[in-house]
Unconditional design. Structure first.
Length: 499
């Protein structure tokens, strides 16, 4: 792929995914270099004039009243990285780490941080060469940004900490050496600029957003397949109904389901039956799945703004030759958006589990209990529904908003924090859970549809079933489905069932 020119502006989600997921190379644009040099000159001018500037000639947080001597300014930046690198928990994934690296380089390239271009160039070299810092997942409260995760990201830049390179976990210095990248000696403000920002929660949020879009597409497919298995009616998806409540998501979902059910022989076989309404989990898919889609659209808007925002403190304004302290590092916009997405995806998963429950114990149609030809001797899909129920209940617990919590830190200097990283980590697990629930529904719904043979489902449903059956055979007798559910979850993640 053509390298991405990093300018600090106009980074689109598609650019982010190309770099993070598909290893698109990155380079720093000449225009960004000029902007960064202008801001750097302001920092150096204030240093030469012995001005008091937070984080440049003072300590940090509650220690901002401590003046730092000229001879200790470099050591101050190194000490900041070392002291803040105190994370706990399992490391972030490679994709999450790559996302943080790209987004931190993006912010610094904007030209308001006062760091030398070489800092961004080194980050880009690490990204392109596949040197990925070991970043513990726990430790951030989301203000002053993701300090602890970003400190771990910064450690290998100075030859410290740990990094993964070519499948091995190495010391940061060793990883740089093997990759042929020289370490950096930090100058004034550069350590602070590396750790102060929202890029931890933002990277995880963007990756969950990418997954959420695929989950929303898959849910429509799985729901339509369940409708066919349960011999439901498409009446509720009629365009005339949707026009009277024209939410964009609702309109889109109803259109998708109409397309998936097109030319269904199963529907034609019971068009005159006495059932006029289906359970809500079938009938109200446009209203619920559609609301989830609209929530995803809102989150996409928020994260796109954050991706191209300056989240440092203090911020350098070259035109005014000023350095101003503020609170752009505060993660609340992200925390609220990711909490909203967590709630939305939980509804998607819980509604899918309700359709699975309808499939394994149908009340109104002639499907065998638990979708097995010999109930009793075989348990069929009894226990996959239990697994889906467990995942759905866990989603409900995790959907409790992280953003409504706060805990004072830094001797009450940082007395109201966002918990954005907590929101991002919970959302990451909800995404995995909903993938699993939808995997169960796809397997159960396909099994149910096949009991109606030789009648064929709608063309869109038939295509989805053929895709599923290319990997997962019908359940003729009891077998362990764990690996197969994992395989279908992977297919969902890869967008195989997206419309």
């Amino acid at each position: 792929m053509k390298p991405l020119d990093l300018t600090g502006q106009n980074l689109k989600p598609s650019d982010f995914y190309d770099v993070v997921l598909r290893r698109r190379p990155v380079r720093l644009s000449p225009a960004a270099v000029k902007k960064m040099n202008r801001a750097r000159r302001v920092v150096e001018k204030m240093l030469a004039e012995h001005q008091v500037v937070y984080g440049v000639t003072t300590g940090f947080g509650k220690l901002a009243d401590q003046k730092i001597s000229d001879g200790d300014i470099r050591q101050l930046q190194v000490n900041l990285i070392r002291s803040h690198a105190c994370g706990l928990g399992s490391p972030l994934s490679e994709t999450q780490t790559r996302g943080m690296m790209l987004l931190r380089a993006q912010v610094l390239a904007r030209g308001y941080s006062g760091v030398r271009p070489v800092i961004v160039e080194r980050l880009i070299q690490m990204l392109n060469r596949g040197v990925h810092p070991v970043i513990p997942s726990r430790g951030s409260v989301g203000a002053s940004g993701d300090l602890i995760p970003l400190a771990h990201l910064a450690q290998p830049l100075i030859g410290e900490g740990e990094a993964f390179f070519e499948g091995k976990r190495l010391s940061g210095g060793r990883a740089l050496q093997q990759a042929g990248i020289p370490p950096i000696v930090l100058e004034a403000k550069e350590g602070l600029s590396l750790v102060n920002g929202t890029q931890g929660a933002l990277a995880l949020g963007l990756l969950s957003l990418f997954a959420a879009e695929r989950l929303a597409e898959t849910a429509d497919v799985a729901g339509a397949m369940s409708l066919e298995a349960l011999m439901g009616t498409p009446t509720a998806f009629d365009l005339k109904i949707q026009k009277l409540r024209p939410y964009p998501g609702q309109m889109k979902v109803a259109q998708n389901i109409r397309t998936l059910l097109s030319k269904s022989q199963i529907r034609a076989s019971h068009i005159a039956c006495s059932r006029v309404q289906d359970p809500y989990s079938i009938r109200c898919m446009p209203q619920v799945h559609g609301a989830v889609r609209d929530a995803i659209g809102y989150v996409r808007q928020i994260l796109s703004i954050e991706t191209n925002s300056v989240t440092d403190n203090p911020i350098v304004f070259p035109d005014e030759e000023a350095i101003l302290a503020g609170g752009n590092f505060h993660g609340h916009p992200i925390a609220l958006a990711l909490d909203f997405l967590a709630i939305a995806l939980t509804h998607l998963g819980v509604m899918s589990e309700r359709r699975i429950a309808q499939l394994v114990d149908p009340e109104c149609i002639d499907l065998p209990r638990f979708l097995t030809k010999r109930p009793g001797l075989h348990s069929g899909l009894m226990m996959p529904q239990v697994a889906a129920a467990a995942l759905a209940s866990e989603c409900k617990l995790l959907a409790h908003p992280a953003s409504v919590d706060s805990i004072p830190t830094s001797a009450n200097q940082e007395d109201y924090v966002s918990m954005a990283m907590g929101a991002a980590l919970k959302l990451d697990q909800i995404v995995l859970n909903v993938e699993g629930i939808l995997a169960v529904e796809l397997i159960a719904a396909a099994q149910g549809v096949e009991f109606h043979a030789p009648l064929k489902p709608g063309k869109g449903v038939a295509r989805a079933m053929a895709t599923l059956r290319s990997e997962i055979p019908p359940l003729e007798a009891d077998r362990s489905l764990s690996k197969e559910l994992g395989k279908v979850s992977e297919m969902i993640r890869e967008g195989i069932f997206s419309l």
